[in-house]
Write a protein that binds this ligand. Structure first.
Ligand code: ATP
Ligand code: MG
Length: 592
């Protein structure tokens, strides 16, 4: 154990200073006070070390001991992570709650993984084999649907001297030894602030599919990409992140909740375990890890939780899985940085945030990516690929996107899904503003959509974008001079845009048939709408009045397509399209 021990000389909320700490390293963990609260060294000044403490420091006295732990904040990685709910420093919340109730006692610790559980291990490596970091020693079925690949930890390499046979082992038993004497178990530790290594980043040319029409069609991001969801109070950030968690095409979801309000996190703890996995029918938690800050944890724990979350994500990425990490909300993390920085009396930057906010934000988003994983490539094997996609909610005060956290995050994330208070207020959900939002991945994803999505995906997308654009321009004219100034063709634009908003862009998270929209449903729905628009256009040109088009019941029929279950959607849509064509043909004949 460590032998550097000093004494508390200053306590300022979540920040402490201790003297007599010569030799302690930046980022090293310390145990603070008689309770042994966990902290992290964030500044060293001669023999004085400053640390942020992950638990409430109240009631602590100057002179109490501070003991260096000899290692940076690290988490333990191995089978049994899926389904867990951790706090920011990987303490299993459910276990702690059992021993201590809703308000978790300070200084408590609990094993991050179940050390007694036996896992059915199947070896994949053999005695005499040369292995390096990332190579598989074997695998265990972590859940019914997912094999956990037991890797040689990054940085370790050598020749296998012994390896166990097929059988049941706990995560702490030695399963292999190397010639140099290194003993390997099914787990290893990793410092959360150090990105896990990979061979190289790959082009991002596959979409991260969310099941949300407005995102998948208008602002899709790539697997391994990143997006931010900025939005004022109550605009729907959490609902968006939860919808994506449920329906996205990632194998594994890491959900980091750093809420401000205690009950918000209680909701998460209550809700997620009840969710069904649309892919398997089993609990969604089977392929999820929750990292949640309880409201009685101080700001420093929020800082740790985003790093803990992303390290968990990288670990499964390294096994060749696609992982999505949701962070709700990253603003709480930035506020933690601000609070600690001000207690350190650092020179403040914009709006009191530390000047390193932009670097920290960039470093965080850079941990997303689609990569060639580490590990030996053998003959006829192209190696392993994994991805980590990041979606970060941002809560700008007053919904003002010019504030530093939104601005810094925008600079580094490839997707911008802007939530609009006006839309939320008029109950247009998800309240994603189609004029402000964007995706930088469109070009890279173009060929994927052309090859894999329903025919005409990109063309219909462009038509919808043009229609919405035209609508915005016309709305301005209407604001100035009223609707009477518009011609019938222009009024049709407004009507059709309204239909696109209500039928396509809106999506009810609480409706069984609408919460998830498959690529098929999304592609065919927009096609039906754009066909309807084109047919209405030609009917108008053939002398049909706008009034008779709009009052025809077929319009309602087309709108109702949205409410249909994705199952069997295409056939039902074909039927409505035929009826629609016939209806408009009828109007044209009548007019003639
Ligand atoms: N897609 C949706 N479908 C239906 N209702 C929605 C949808 N999105 C948001 N809502 C409604 O908006 C409410 C607020 O959403 P949410 O809690 O996600 O907002 P938030 O931005 O996370 O708020 P806070 O700023 O408090 O964290 C939800 O309780 C729900 O009623
Ligand atoms: Mg929220």
């Amino acid at each position: 154990m460590a032998d550097i021990a000093g004494k508390l000389v200053r306590i300022s909320g979540p920040m402490i200073a201790a003297d007599g700490m010569l030799g302690v390293a930046m980022g090293e963990m310390v145990k603070v006070g008689k309770l042994g609260l966990m902290g992290e060294v964030i500044r060293i000044d001669g023999e004085t070390a400053y640390a942020q403490v992950y638990e409430d420091t109240s009631g602590m006295f100057l002179g109490e001991p501070v003991v260096a732990q000899g290692a940076p904040l690290s988490i333990e990685l191995g089978p049994g992570l899926l389904g867990q709910t951790y706090d920011g420093i990987q303490r299993p919340l459910i276990d702690l709650q059992k021993t201590s109730g809703d308000f978790i006692d300070r200084g408590l610790s609990a094993d991050p993984l179940d050390y007694t559980k036996k896992w059915a291990f199947t070896p994949k490596a053999a005695v005499g084999q040369e292995v390096t970091g990332g190579d598989y020693l074997g695998s265990v079925p972590e859940t019914e649907y997912l094999d956990h690949n037991i890797m040689v930890p990054p940085g370790v390499s050598g020749k296998i001297k012994t390896i166990v046979g097929t059988g049941e082992y706990t995560v702490q038993e030695t399963i292999a030894t190397l010639e140099d004497g290194t003993e390997l178990t099914m787990t290893h530790k990793w410092p959360v602030k150090l990105p896990r290594p990979f061979k190289k980043k790959l082009p991002m040319n596959q979409p991260f599919i969310t099941g949300q029409r407005v995102l998948d069609m208008l602002f899709p991001i790539a697997l391994g990409g990143s997006a931010i969801v900025p939005g004022g109070f109550g605009t729907g950030k959490t609902v968006v992140e939860q919808q994506i968690s449920k329906f996205c095409n990632a194998d594994i979801i890491v959900y980091v909740g750093c809420g401000e309000r205690g009950n918000e996190m209680a909701d998460v703890l209550d809700e997620f375990p009840k969710l069904r996995d649309p892919k398997t029918g089993g609990p969604l938690m089977n392929r999820m890890i929750l990292v949640v800050n309880t409201s009685n944890m101080p700001v420093a724990a929020r800082e740790a939780s985003v790093y803990t979350g992303i390290t968990l994500g990288e670990y499964y990425r390294d096994q060749g899985y696609s992982v999505a990490m949701m962070a709700d909300s990253t603003s709480r993390w930035a506020e933690a940085l601000r609070e600690i920085s001000s207690r350190l009396e650092e020179m403040p930057g914009e709006e009191g945030y530390p000047t390193y906010l932009s670097t920290r934000t960039a470093e965080f988003y850079e941990r997303a990516g689609r990569v060639d994983c580490i590990g030996t490539i053998t003959k006829g094997d192209e190696g392993r690929r994994g991805s980590l996609t990041l979606v970060g909610a941002v809560s700008p005060p007053g919904g003002d996107f010019s504030e530093p956290v939104t601005q810094n995050s925008m600079r580094v994330a490839g997707g911008f899904w802007a939530l609009d208070a006006k839309l939320a207020y008029s109950r247009h959900y998800p309240a994603i503003n189609w004029n402000m939002s964007y995706s930088l991945y469109l070009n890279d994803l173009d060929s994927w959509f052309r090859e894999n999505a329903p025919a005409g995906w990109m063309e219909n997308r462009q038509k919808a974008v043009d229609l919405l654009q035209r609508d915005t321009e016309l709305q301005e004219i209407v604001q100035l001079v009223g609707p009477d100034a518009l011609q019938e063709h222009e009024r049709l634009v407004l009507e059709m845009a309204r239909m696109v908003k209500e039928t396509f862009l809106q999506q009810n998270a609480f409706s069984d048939d609408d919460a998830y929209s498959s690529l098929d449903k999304t592609g065919h729905l927009i096609e039906a709408l754009m066909l309807f628009y084109a047919e209405c256009e030609s009917a108008l040109s053939a002398g049909v009045t706008l009034e008779s088009i709009l009052s025809h019941p077929i319009r309602e029929e087309v709108s109702r397509l949205r409410e249909l279950n994705p199952e069997g959607f295409v056939e039902k849509k074909e039927k409505v399209v035929q009826e629609m064509k016939a209806a408009l043909q009828g109007l044209v004949e009548k007019a003639a």
